[in-house]
Design a protein around this ligand. Structure first.
Ligand code: RFL
Ligand code: PHB
Length: 393
């Protein structure tokens, strides 16, 4: 059996794990990352597209912000389309000059992977049967199999950055963890295409046929989503069917100017709200989707992963460089305070913009009243904008 020793063992090479590894490396700390998939597979997952300013700033602090600043698109606002009429939410004006950056999660991941390999740091891709134990002792460990060879990695700490279906949260005894979950009766069918975006800003549309979102990755690459029943199979959606359904849900101007083309990727994602408490178990710290999931409507998932990583990197750096465990002790409570606010916002925007056909008519009336209120009230729009650009850390 091959053995390795590191200060912080990171499970998962998604944005949370890679960003944590990079921030710790910049502070002189040693990390090993174990990742179940290959690097190409991680890069092929099309997910988030919107970075809060705090997330973009953290990429700068990690020394990997250069391409993001050159290629990312600053968005001053977005649109809500209701009943075929678009209403602009002016983020810059409503949220004290703050904006968001459109830069794909795949690009964030690519930039972090390049920095990690340029620094010669160890990432064990295609690690099979990852198991962790001993996190209630001073010598936590992981076992896995890499290219047929069994490995043992010992560490001072384990960072569980292995997403919703990962092994770290699942390794915690049931009595030590409390789970909160809400599953929505629908998912999002996403399509990526090399076509110019239908509009310069994102459009979130409420429509009797279901919610849709027009987003983008660049001036030549678009990302669109449709609300679909959670039982829907992507094989049942030809590109033509997708484009026809999207057009039917858009306002007349957007429908008229929509440019269609072959899909580069299509997938269905279920919508879920989920929080695990606490986020620390002895020497195991959960971060990102391993600890919490939000429905994508508020564009908060990746940004929450980044804010967890900010707190965790600071806490670990304090431990090693200043001999203080205060940050580690407060990690869970600090993260969860922010997580629950993002959970609330993501649930609220999801509830506002989607069709809930199975709900009683009373619910539909409340939703219509809330939409009316949001579209007419400066105060409501400020609250929306303040949450969308990201609450302060
Ligand atoms: P990830 O990205 O899931 O990475 C976890 C990594 O861990 C690996 N792994 C394991 N490794 C070793 N051993 C095991 N046993 C393992 N099990 C799993 C996995 O292979 C993977 O590489 O979690 P992380 O790093 O916490 O990052 C979270 C984000 O990916 C997620 O929150 C966002 O993508 C959510 N999200 C969005 N967030 C935003 O902030 N803005 C958005 O605009 C936005 N849009 C979205 C989204 C998520 C979506 N989907 C598909 C769920 C749009 C969609 C459609
Ligand atoms: C995306 O571009 O993938 C995206 C943008 C905004 C969201 C969710 C996803 O709210």
């Amino acid at each position: 059996m091959k053995t390795l020793r590191t200060q912080v063992l990171i499970v998962g090479a998604g944005p949370a794990g890679l960003l944590l590894g990079q921030l710790l490396h910049r502070a002189g700390l040693d990390t090993v990352i174990v990742e179940r998939q290959s690097d190409e597979h991680v890069l092929s997952r099309i997910r988030a597209g919107v970075l809060e300013q705090g997330t973009a700033d953290l990429m700068d602090e990690a020394g990997v912000g250069q391409r993001m600043r050159a290629e990312g698109l600053v968005h001053d606002g977005f649109e809500l389309a209701v009943g075929g009429v678009r209403h602009r939410i002016d983020l810059r004006a409503l949220a004290g000059g703050r904006t968001v950056l459109v830069y794909g999660q795949t690009e964030v991941t690519r930039d972090l992977m390049s920095a990690r390999s340029a620094a010669g740091l160890i990432t064990l891709y295609e690690a099979a049967d990852v198991r962790i134990d001993g996190f209630d002792t001073s010598t936590p460990r992981a076992h896995c199999i890499v290219r047929g060879e069994p490995m043992e990695i010992t560490a001072d700490f384990i960072a569980g950055c292995d997403g919703f279906h990962g092994v770290c949260r699942a390794s915690v005894p049931a009595g030590a963890i409390q789970l909160y979950e809400k599953v929505y009766p629908f998912g999002w069918l996403g399509l990526l295409s090399d076509t110019p975006p239908v509009s310069e800003e994102l459009i979130y549309s409420r429509h009797a046929r279901g919610f849709s979102l027009c987003s983008m990755r660049s001036a030549t690459r678009s990302r669109y989503y449709l609300q679909v029943p959670s039982t829907e199979r992507v094989e049942d959606w030809s590109d033509d069917r997708f484009w026809d359904e999207l057009r039917a849900r858009l306002d007349p101007e957007a429908a008229g100017s929509l440019v269609t083309g072959p899909s580069l990727e299509k997938s269905v994602a279920p919508l879920r709200s989920f929080v695990a408490e606490p986020m620390r178990f002895g020497r195991l710290f959960l971060a990102g989707d391993a600890a919490h999931i939000v429905p994508p409507t508020g564009a908060k998932g990746l940004n929450l992963a980044a804010s967890d990583v900010r707190y965790l990197s600071q806490a670990l750096i304090e431990h090693y460089l200043e001999g203080s465990d205060a940050g580690l002790d407060h990690y869970s409570a600090r993260c969860l305070a922010r997580v629950w606010k993002a959970e609330r916002f993501s649930w609220w925007l999801t509830s506002l913009m989607h069709n809930f056909d199975q709900e009683p008519a009373f619910q539909a009336k409340l939703q219509a009243a809330e939409l009316d209120y949001v579209l007419a009230s400066d105060a409501a729009q400020r609250a929306l904008a303040e949450n969308y650009v990201g609450l302060p850390l």
